[in-house]
Design a protein around this ligand. Structure first.
Ligand code: SF4
Ligand code: SF4
Length: 435
């Protein structure tokens, strides 16, 4: 079977400190949960419960308000004991409800009730997805109901892409979820195809090393009403990025004479959440998180309740072997630094790492030595060295090329001087977008 890869740049990223991909460990339920009102790409959800209120597991506590906003639910039963606010490392403010766990669980340990969905229409499914606060869990947290609206109105044909491209070892949690919840991922993709309207094809885009997983997904999908295909993708980072994956799928379409048309690309965690929302009427209560890094005693993939504080997650991994130099949510390639260990795991937290000084991202910056390594790996063909220097000299000036940067982080990883290239370039691109 042919393997499709994007044409230039990128890198192979290996990291021995990621957790093993064998199975997940269920994390303890936290006595105190911190439920942020922003766990999505847009504005704060409006709180519909306040200090002193008793809440049930899965109860709505924040209602979506405006574009990019999504419903927020309590993930444990208990009493709201306070509201807290903080600014994250990027300067964005967030508020959260702190719930002290008490009372019985509505769902945990109970037999799940199944709700048939095959007779539901596209708008019913979209409404259920919105009610249950489902967002794109591998990205910035765009509300899925909004993505469905855009997709439904896109030029036909429409194809749904299930992205199982593991180009970064820190996607270990997605991989384990795919293995452990394969049926839910596949059924979630059929539910999404129904929500999207006239979807003519489901594409399983899978890293070529995981061909057997791809074949298992395809076999499971064989029982559905929409044709499904398997496309093997390269595993050079950033193969899973929207731009690079689309490139590969267009190439596949051309070679195989298949017109895929408009693409909606979603990852396995999002599709499993769609399955849970529509088939089980369950909001996102937990998520798979890869916890590791050189500072962590026992790296592992964990199934963590949303709202569990980061310090508790690390404690369950045996704590730190030494003082970490850097702690971040996400992958070392794209992670957002964590400055407060009381920040919680949210819907989009797929990885959490703590590293010592010697690991990538933990070293000290030096001057640029003009080695050109950053140019060689940029998949977009930019000159990160030049952009970096221009932005340093004139942070608010016009810098051509910046808008094309999609923040993959390749340039930063290979830079021997440990310069924060993508952080600065992408930061500038975002400032321009928001201006
Ligand atoms: S990789 Fe780093 S040191 Fe080398 S040219 Fe680029 S910015 Fe300079
Ligand atoms: S300049 Fe942007 S797109 Fe190019 S390697 Fe760096 S982060 Fe990636």
């Amino acid at each position: 079977m042919k393997v499709y890869s994007f044409p230039r740049g990128g890198l192979s990223f290996e990291d021995p400190t990621v957790p093993p991909k064998s199975s997940s460990v269920v994390a303890f339920l936290p006595p105190l949960s911190v439920i942020p009102l922003i766990q999505h790409s847009g504005g704060r959800a409006h709180p519909v419960a306040g200090v002193g209120d008793l809440v049930k597991e899965g109860m709505l506590v924040g209602r979506a308000s405006g574009p990019g906003s999504a419903n927020v639910h309590a993930t444990v039963p208990g009493r709201i004991i306070r509201m807290v606010s903080w600014k994250n490392s990027e300067g964005f403010s967030n508020d959260a409800l702190v719930i002290r766990m008490e009372g019985g669980f509505e769902r945990l340990g109970k037999r799940e009730e199944i709700f048939p969905w095959t007779s539901l229409g596209t708008y019913d499914i979209q409404r259920i997805i919105a009610e249950h606060g489902v967002v794109e869990m591998e990205g910035s947290g765009r509300p899925l109901a909004e993505m469905i609206s855009v997709f439904r109105n896109a030029p036909e044909p429409l194809s749904l892409v299930v992205r199982c491209v593991f180009d970064d070892p820190w996607l270990a949690a997605d991989y384990v979820l795919c293995r452990e919840r394969l049926k839910a991922v596949v059924e979630g993709s059929f539910i999404m195809a129904r929500a999207g309207g006239r979807v003519s094809c489901i594409v399983f885009a899978v890293s070529h090393e995981e061909r057997e997983l791809g074949e298992a997904l395809l076999a499971e999908a064989g029982q559905g009403e929409i044709p499904a295909v398997l496309v093997l993708a390269g595993s050079r980072y950033p193969q899973r990025n929207q731009r690079e994956l689309e490139m590969v799928l267009r190439n596949y379409g051309k070679k195989e004479g298949v017109e895929l048309g408009s693409l909606l690309i979603l990852g396995p965690a999002t599709l499993a959440a769609v399955h849970d929302a529509v088939k089980l009427k369950k909001p996102i209560l937990d998520r798979y998180v890869a916890v590791g890094g050189s500072a962590v005693r026992t790296p592992q993939v964990m199934k963590v309740r949303i709202g569990t504080r980061i310090r508790e997650v690390f404690a369950e991994c045996g704590g730190f072997v030494d003082n970490p130099k850097r702690i971040a949510l996400g992958s070392p390639l794209l992670g957002r630094p964590v400055t407060n260990l009381d920040e919680p795991v949210i819907k989009t937290s797929y990885a959490l790492f703590a590293i010592l000084g010697g690991q990538a991202g933990g070293q000290t910056e030096r001057n640029c030595i003009s080695c050109g390594e950053c140019r060689g790996v940029c998949p977009v063909g930019l000159d990160p060295e030049e952009l970096y220097k221009k932005i340093l000299v004139s942070p608010d000036g016009e810098t051509g090329g910046v808008p094309e940067c999609h923040g993959c982080g390749c340039c930063e990883v290979v830079c021997p001087s440990c310069l924060p290239l993508s952080e600065l370039i992408l930061g500038k691109a975002r400032r321009r977008q928001n201006a």
